[in-house]
Ligand binder design. Structure first.
Ligand code: TRP
Length: 450
């Protein structure tokens, strides 16, 4: 038996899917990765990854999800009975728990920053004071935990509402607000002073000197992370999409809005950074260390700061709910739990894991592996290993197990729609994506270096 719950409307489904895709990955991670990896060259490689790998994988995951019509475990059990494919759900549950745990850390910080926007600490920010503020806050053993927990409670509250009244309804409200705020911030950032334009040049004029194998892995990992593909979120949401909807068109709407928001976030952040003569390569701290100084120098800076961090909170929330829903759907369908029990249980477990990533900036700072703290380890493992691995398996499944005819049937709604590029997508899913992903992963991990 398929899911009982569905999205009520097409626009609601797209809002929810785009909400999952558009998140901290677009607004916090993409601008700093671009800053660290040399600007436009990274963006070009990123867009190539989106077009040639991202779109086919999104389509593959979406089709598998809607065809199976259940949570990840149930979907594989239905589509490939008597095989071990349902074990894939173990990867998805682990990956979503890892991502959501550190997602909660950053989202908690953004909530805190939103609330302190109007304080003196922000108004009189200097480079030293901002750094002090950031270090004091993130290394405190209690404060960031409280914010992380608060964020997880809000996430759980939406999931408790269910697919239509929780996920769909909240996304339909939050996504338009997010777009409006982002556009306003772009205008603000571009009109600060004559140096703003340098930020745009940095974003759009490629410097190929800085490109290396790591750039490709970083771009691919980011493409997976940003599109929310590779771990069952799109599959789980796909199962809530009705049979007559055009999933090919919906995939494009999601991919285009996700990419547009990432680039707009770059436009909202980097010109402002250049306008005040600050470096674009501050890493994960770009948003928390560089921007407060930018806001401090701007007229009405406290207001802009509040709006900016509100944007981040909204973006984080529409994504975190999708991460939580993967495991909740599994518990509801397979273990017959009530939504409330499943939500509370999952939230508690993930919040506990998240305590470690949050404390990785304070009391647990000394735990490191290959120079990465617990937080970096989680992010690296999820984005650069588990998501590509998941994406590879999804493509393999679509290309070799589900097969061409079933896939065509699902994407074209039983031959009712004409999808010209179907042959191309199928070729990529079957041959190109699994190989390319594997090579990029091995290369980025330094396997071919000797
Ligand atoms: N795509 C989100 C972002 O850009 C994060 C996210 C939500 C995600 N669900 C996911 C990442 C599933 C990977 C897999 O911030």
């Amino acid at each position: 038996m398929s899911n009982k719950e569905h999205f009520g409307s097409k626009i609601g489904a797209v809002a929810a899917l785009a909400g999952s895709a558009i998140g901290l990955g677009n607004i916090w991670k993409f601008p700093y990765l671009t800053g660290e990896n040399g600007g436009a060259a990274f963006i070009l490689i990123y867009i190539a990854c989106i077009c040639f790998i991202g779109i086919p994988i999104m389509l593959a995951e979406f089709s598998i999800g809607r065809r199976g019509g259940k949570d990840v475990y149930g979907t594989f059990k239905t589509l490939a009975p008597k095989t071990k494919w349902c074990a894939f759900s173990i990867i998805t549950v682990c990956t979503s728990a890892i991502i959501l745990s550190y997602y909660g850390t950053i989202a908690g910080w953004t909530m805190h920053y939103m609330c302190i926007s109007f304080t003196d600490a922000f108004q009189n920010a200097t480079p030293a004071s901002v750094e002090q503020l950031f270090n004091d806050f993130t290394s405190n053993p209690y404060h960031p935990l409280i914010w992380q927990m608060l964020f997880m409670v809000v996430t759980a509250a939406v999931i408790l509402g269910g697919v239509k009244n929780g996920i769909e309804r909240s996304s339909k409200v939050m996504m338009p607000i997010l777009f409006i705020i982002l556009i306003i911030l772009c205008f603000r950032s571009l009109t600060i002073n004559e140096h703003s334009i340098e930020g745009l040049i940095f974003l759009f004029k490629p410097n190929l000197d800085v490109v290396s194998a790591k750039t490709f892995l970083a771009a691919m990992g980011q493409a997976f992370f940003s599109l929310s593909v590779g771990m069952g979120v799109i599959m789980t949401y796909g199962a809530y999409v009705k049979k007559h909807e055009n999933i090919h068109q919906m995939s494009y709407q999601v991919v285009i809005s996700d990419t547009a928001v990432a680039i707009l976030a770059g436009v909202a952040i980097l010109p402002a950074t250049f306008a005040f003569g600050m470096a674009p390569n501050a890493g994960p701290g770009l948003v928390f260390l560089t921007l407060p100084q930018v806001f401090a120098q701007m007229p009405l800076g406290q207001f802009w700061s509040f709006i900016f961090f509100l944007l981040l909170v909204l973006a984080a929330l529409t994504s975190s709910i999708s991460l939580l829903e993967v495991t909740v759907a599994y518990l509801i369908n397979e273990l017959k739990m009530k939504r409330a029990t499943a939500t509370i249980l999952t939230t508690v477990v993930i919040t506990i894991i998240g305590v470690f990533t949050t404390l990785a900036f304070g009391p647990l700072k000394h735990i490191t592996l290959f120079g990465m703290n617990l937080f970096d380890i989680m992010d690296y493992t999820a984005s650069n290993i588990l998501l590509p691995l998941g994406g590879m398996l999804i493509c393999y499944f679509a290309g070799w197990v589900l097969g061409k005819e079933s896939l065509r049937d699902e994407i074209t709604n039983g031959n009712k729609l004409k999808i010209t590029l179907f042959g191309f997508y199928f070729f990529i899913m079957r041959y190109v994506a699994p190989v390319v992903i594997l090579l990029l992963m091995l290369n980025g991990m330094g396997v071919f270096n000797n």
